[in-house]
Design a protein around this ligand. Structure first.
Ligand code: ATP
Length: 283
């Protein structure tokens, strides 16, 4: 069983307040992109054996993929085990939801492998227990996410574009960004509802002009290099999503041109040119 775990970008992120359960109330438009980890899963007699093609992440019970597998096996009372091999391509702690994508891929893969026939809604419910971005990663495509990110409204018209992803050699923890935002009393923003309407119109220039992320100010202040990347990519409407700066382009040639311009000035950047992707099958 082989499953692709796609990265995501945030076209918008509005922070609407803090909740009693410790999470933040958010409104955001999320978009899956064609950068993915590949997960191979097979049945074994017992236990969870996790193998990664990198030592940058632990292959133990702290890994989100492992936690998703444990949760799935427990929920179904399954005593046999699974071997999971992850070929990691999504940069870590880059704001691209790599860990959540892996967890979502495990849930989808095990649902097939064990023929447990969980519905999309049941998988999303289970995924929300593992992490706020896991429900989106199960669904993919272009989605309005509210609540703590687990309430999904798919935007069926979708966004069809090419994306330049440029990641500086820094890691930003999402928890740190939210904490700093709270401490600095970050401004309340309202990009999301306008973005939903703009996506329906399908005008990429207008979409690029309406990108916005409430955590961007926090990240930019701590890591000015993000501002340099944005400046180079700005012709295409650039936004920082975590430490990763991305820009939208209407075709691959334009995207590759912007990527080359950035790499020429910042050879340290890890750059990807990928298309946006639609919803997962049965998502
Ligand atoms: P998000 O945007 O969802 O907040 P992110 O994209 O910034 O997350 P991730 O790459 O998902 O960051 O990693 C966040 C943290 O989760 C990492 O510091 C890492 O230690 C941990 N983690 C656990 N399992 C995984 C995994 N399978 N892949 C990536 N990170 C993982």
């Amino acid at each position: 069983m082989t499953v692709e775990a796609n990265a995501k970008i945030n076209l918008t992120l509005d922070i609407l307040g803090q909740r009693e359960d410790g999470y933040h109330e958010v409104a955001m438009v999320m978009q899956s992109v064609g950068l993915f980890d590949t997960l191979r899963m097979e049945l074994v007699s017992n236990g969870i054996a996790l193998h990664l093609n990198t030592t940058a992440l632990p292959a133990d019970e702290s890994n989100l993929a492992w936690r998703a597998a444990r949760r799935f096996l427990n929920v179904h009372g399954i005593r046999s085990g699974v071997r999971i091999e992850i070929e990691k391509r999504i940069p870590i702690a880059a704001g691209l939801a790599g860990g959540s994508a892996d967890a979502a891929a495990v849930l989808r893969g095990l649902n097939e492998l064990f023929a447990t026939q969980m519905t999309a809604a049941e998988l999303i419910h289970l995924g929300a227990e593992i992490g706020s971005d896991v429900p989106f990663c199960l669904r993919g495509g272009t989605v309005l996410a509210t609540g703590r990110g687990e309430i999904l409204t798919p935007l069926s018209c979708g966004l069809h574009a090419w994306v330049v992803l440029a990641r500086p050699p820094i890691e930003v923890s999402t928890a740190w960004a939210y904490n700093t935002f709270d401490r600095l009393h970050g401004l309340e923003t309202s990009w999301t509802s306008a973005m939903v309407e703009t996506i329906k119109k399908g005008d990429l220039k207008e979409i690029a002009a309406r990108l916005g992320n409430a955590l961007e100010a926090v990240t930019l202040k701590a890591h000015p290099v993000i501002g340099d990347y944005k400046h180079i990519l700005k012709e295409n409407g650039a936004l920082a999503s975590g430490p990763t700066v991305y820009a939208l382009a209407c075709d691959k040639v334009m995207a590759e041109r912007a990527a080359a311009a950035l790499s020429a000035v910042h050879p340290e950047a890890v750059v990807f040119v990928v298309p946006t992707t639609g919803p997962k099958e049965n998502g």
